[in-house]
Design a protein around this ligand. Sequence first.
Ligand code: GH3
Ligand code: MG
Ligand code: MG
Length: 689
Amino acid sequence: MFAVLHCAFARSRSHALALALCAAAPIAFASGALPLDQRIAEIRELNRFVPERALPKLEALEAEARNAPLTQRIEFLNQLAVARHGLGHHAQSFALANELIAIGREHDHPGALAKGLLMQGYSAFAQHRPGEAHRLIWEAEKLANTTGDIDLRVRAAISSGESHAEDGNLPSALERLQAAATLARQQGQPVHIVMALNSLVRLYAQMREPEKGFGLIDEALAAAEKARSPGRMATIRNAEYGLAIDTGQRERALRALQEGLALERSIGATKRVAVSLINLSDFYLKTGDYKHAASYAEQAVAAARPLNDRKLDATVHLNLGQAYLGTGRLAEGKRQIELGMAGYEEIGDKPELQTALVEYGLALERAGDLPGALQAYHRERKISNELFERRRQQAMLDLQEKYEGDKKQRQIELLRSENLIKSTEIDNRRLQQRVWWLLVAVFALAATVVGLLYRKVRHANAQLHEKNRELKQQSVRDPLTGLYNRRHFLEYMRALPAAGQQAPDAAPAGALFLLDVDHFKNINDTYGHAAGDAVLTTIAARLCEILRETDMIVRWGGEEFLAYLPTAPGGKSGLDEVAERILAGIGATVVDHGGMALSVNVSIGYAPFPLAVGKQELAWERVVNLVDMALYMAKSHGRNRAYGVRGFADDRPASIDAIEQNLEHAWRAGQVELSVVMGERDLPRAANG
Ligand code: GH3
Ligand code: MG
Ligand code: MG
């Protein structure tokens, strides 16, 4: 019983992982002529079981391998880490694992990352940190499965399965190891098959299903043979030993152990040899053959000494001590056991120490040392309490850590959601601002557009106004002289109150003058049409000067002008004076045309307006008609003179009708009184035609 717990490499929990790394190699080394990757591959097999021999070979390749392409560099570092691990150089192995991880990160190489993590896992396990080891290995497994590296995937699956078994999760362990075995069988790689089956056999032992384990032994041995690997063959024999011991098949157990030991010795796997010797001493302790137990334990002490493995050393001393106690060498036995327990104490392996003390007490009891047994019992109780307290504290710490973790997680979640709300608010505000700015811009733009449109419309309106004004001007004015045209005068007269609607007394005393240029045709004929135009323009301007601003001067026809004076100078000869002024003013006017001085006279007919006959006021058309007849008389009586209607002898409408028929005749008959105003001077003959 005692030693079973100390057969570290064969049975204990701490060995499940290490086994994945401990595979035998055909001990055949090629020369340096082989490519680097092949040389590494060959060392790799040796590395499984005899790391002390593999290490110098790896070191000899180091300079070359560190400058080799990435894949070879990674595998080299991995093997170097395995060698360091196998030799118990944890710090160096860990550093190499870190290097692999760094390379994996730098080159985005999941294979290198997985190898580094696996190595760290093994390292953590060897240093009694199983929880950390499991986490690292499961992480490595995930990464390995993203690669096409079958070797890496098989190893990761095996390590993962063993970790689950360590963790007490046997179904997951079984699933992983069976998957590893299936993959290995599919690929037909004997080394992989042995590794997977070896782990499965051990798992079946743990699951108390030894028959299933035994069922795999032959297949595993055949694969080991095919791989020509004595080391792996020995591994299977060790597994077989475990199954046989558990099922009470002592002979089979012993045979398996001895075959394994022989194989291990054949390849110089010193550590495996030491472990097998320990297991043999354990076997004989179990069978009560203390002499053989002591003999194998002594061999194991010698084998373990150069390995520098504290735990192995401690186990060996415990087994040796137990064997001595069994043979009655009490003092020596106690000394060896104390040595072994000191070793466990040193590496801090309290559980092993506790188990050892239980066994120690029983052994002392058997040897008749009851006080010693009692003492061992007390020591065991003390450690048990310590362990209990430590486990309780650890549980508390774990709980606390989990609680803190949860709390932190909740705080992080809270912060995150607060942050989200805040950033959403900020986004909203920003959006709002943007909308406002957009609105402002739109309004500004709209205002500008409206302003521009307004200005344009105003400008257009102004232009329209101007055009209208021009149009109106054109519609009421004569284009040549700028005087009112005949149409305007007619409209004006029609707009006046109709004759008779207004008391004659109340009407202002105005007048109508009609002028016609004398012999105007001669001007055109002699000096040209343009000269005629110039004469007309000048007469128009002159009339404006002679008459008042309030008088309406109209271009009546070609060379005829009409002037309507709303208020005329009073008195009997007021209108005559106006006629005289016009005759004189026009006659005195000299028109300069192309260096020639032109002069013209005019003939005039005129009458007061409004003009009443008795109580009856004459319509404006009739007054114009009378004035026209007066003008005709001025023409026919020699031109350059004015004839004006002054009054009527008879106020009856019938006599007015007669007067309108023939003014000359009416004048001679004394029915109408006319004024005659003569022009001052006659023009030269040439102009008179
Ligand atoms: P009278 O003394 O009898 O009035 O002789 P007149 O030559 O002035 O008479 P008439 O009616 O025979 O001739 C008028 C001429 O005036 C005829 C026509 O060619 C000319 N006339 C009419 N309007 C214009 C005009 O706007 N410009 C020019 N240059 N001549 C015009
Ligand atoms: Mg005329
Ligand atoms: Mg004329």
